[in-house]
Design a protein around this ligand. Sequence first.
Ligand SMILES: [Zn+2]
Ligand SMILES: [Zn+2]
Length: 130
Amino acid sequence: MDRRFLCPQCGAYGLEIVKAMDLLPDNRSDDVILQIVECNSCSFKGLSLYEESRRGGMDSESWDHTGFCTTDTAVAEVAIFFSQCSALRDKRCGCEAHKKVVAATSRGKKWRLALLDQYGCEQTFIMTCR
Ligand SMILES: [Zn+2]
Ligand SMILES: [Zn+2]
């Protein structure tokens, strides 16, 4: 968790995952993790979603790590959900906060943050590390 990612706002590798919640995957993914990211070099805060699939044999492992630029209010709301759960890294945790986050991350073709329909999302970006 000490990896730094490219910040979409200042362009430095200052983006850190400060909190993460594992979610029960659907039938397409094996791991789905919602993360709060913050930049050490500027004031940027955002959300990111990590999705990994190990289906279909050894050569077909695939993952997707997408960042979302949104409002501080949306990030703060997710932070409140995270603070209400005592087992963030347990994807089978059935607490109210987990249920709310799962409801906020409905997927169509791929997982996406339905909660951003409410708050808006200026852009998405690929989480890139050095
Ligand atoms: Zn930055
Ligand atoms: Zn929970």
